[in-house]
Design a protein. Structure first.
Length: 430
């Protein structure tokens, strides 16, 4: 029957679209896994770079944050480029640039060249998270966005879980230069994978993803308008506090375990993986799967997301407990509690730009949020390096991180508020 045939073709089309969008979710996760290998390779190279270039802890802290300088500066331009040219074109260029940066670090003759390579890495990776948030907004309905987001956000934690020990052991075996060359090669392979698979969907598919009351225009909204919205400011400040702790641990955790708990560097690499594995679990199954499951069952979507966002950030205060840890077990437990809670909140946070952005401004809202993140990413390694160098302890550095989290929690509660779309500039509500 003609009707049955049409119904069968429609069902097949829906099934193909579902399969295609989950392939894209996995692809985005692989991309973040790869670009975090490029980020963590420096954190495990502390002793090797100190021996070769004779740098201080403060200089190493500046080097750890160098990538974030250009990453932060390129956030707003990359958001505008994403909203204008789409994820595919911007993503291909950025992936190729971050591959070159790792090769550049591998061959640099001096510390100045290393800084230049990290600056280029920041330029290349700047669009990655706003692009992923925009791609999820393109391809997934709101009720599936937390789990889809957890694919790429969880990959950041999993990369640290396996990247620190694997790259650390690789560094001990073949040297820091070849370990950087290895991450450059992996990045180049991902460039070809992304170029071959990812496509921006046509507008009709974007509209089909806009269900659950999420019908919005495809107009781009001025950046100045977005920067004045309380919800955008609350999201940016709150997520900035998350990223401060994230980057503190991403860059200094192996050194903290080695110095504070008096274990050799090889063992510190292995212990570092435990909190990040726990964070991967909470990211995927609490901030991702559980949130979407509760919303699918009819729970209030805004209340579920806000609860996980605030409660997860509050658990991040476990970083303060790590300041007084006296054994490796205590340190790992407190760090796991902190990064595990923050990781449960992270996919919710990254799904919010596609849920609150007016018109077609998801890339811009994601870029504003990520610029705040990267200011924290610049500050955390440098401030930690300074405080550790002056006080010969991590206690003050962890206390600063806990204080910032309290500010972030207040921003989520009083500025972000209910998670719903911001009115467009010419609407009566605006």
């Amino acid at each position: 029957m003609p009707g049955d045939n049409a119904q069968s073709q429609f069902a097949g089309s829906v099934q193909n679209e579902n399969r295609q969008r989950w392939i894209i979710a996995v692809l985005l996760g692989v991309g973040v896994l790869v670009n975090y290998f490029d980020r963590v390779n420096l954190s495990v190279s502390h002793d090797a770079l100190f021996a070769e270039f004779r740098i201080s802890d403060f200089t190493f802290g500046l080097l750890l944050g160098a990538y974030n300088w250009t990453y932060a500066l390129c956030q707003l331009p990359s958001g505008l480029l994403l909203d204008r040219f789409g994820v595919r074109r911007v993503g291909c260029v950025s992936t190729f640039l971050w591959s070159l940066a790792s090769f550049g670090a591998a061959v640099t003759p001096g510390i100045g060249g290393f800084f230049a390579a990290r600056f280029l890495l920041g330029v290349g990776e700047a669009p990655s998270f706003p692009a992923n948030a925009k791609a999820v907004g393109y391809w997934f309905p709101p009720r599936e966005r937390s789990f889809a987001t957890s694919f790429f956000d969880g990959a950041a934690k999993f990369a640290s879980a396996i990247g620190v020990p694997v790259i650390g052991l690789l560094l001990l075996r073949i040297g820091w230069r070849l370990s950087f060359a290895a991450t450059g090669l992996i990045s180049l392979l991902y460039f070809f994978l992304f170029w071959g698979i990812y496509r921006d969907p046509p507008h009709k598919q974007i509209e089909s993803a806009s269900v659950d009351g999420d019908h919005r225009s495809h107009r781009r909204v001025a950046l100045a308008y977005l920067l004045r919205r309380k919800k955008v400011i609350g999201l940016a400040v709150g997520f900035g506090s998350y990223n401060y702790v994230f980057y503190l641990l991403l860059t200094w955790l192996p050194v903290y375990l080695s110095r504070s708990q008096h274990i050799d560097l090889a063992h510190s690499f292995m212990y570092t993986g435990i909190p990040w594995l726990f964070a991967t679990f909470t990211d995927l199954f609490i901030g991702g799967w559980t949130v979407d499951r509760l919303i699918h069952r009819g729970w209030n979507a805004s209340r579920v997301r806000r609860t996980v966002l605030v409660a997860g950030t509050a658990l991040g205060l476990g970083i303060f407990g790590a300041a007084g840890a006296h054994t490796v077990t205590q340190a790992v437990l407190w760090i796991s509690l902190s990064i595990g809670g923050l990781s449960a909140a992270a996919p919710v946070g990254w799904s919010i730009p596609s849920l609150i952005a007016p018109g077609d401004s998801v890339g811009s809202v994601g870029a504003i949020m990520n610029m705040s993140n990267q200011i924290s990413g610049i500050a955390a390694p440098a401030i930690t390096g300074y405080l550790v160098g002056v006080r010969h302890s991590f206690k003050a550095a962890f206390t600063v991180a806990a204080a910032y989290l309290l500010v972030g929690i207040a921003s989520y509660i009083f500025l972000l508020g209910e998670i719903r779309p911001i009115p467009e500039p010419d609407s009566p509500a605006a």
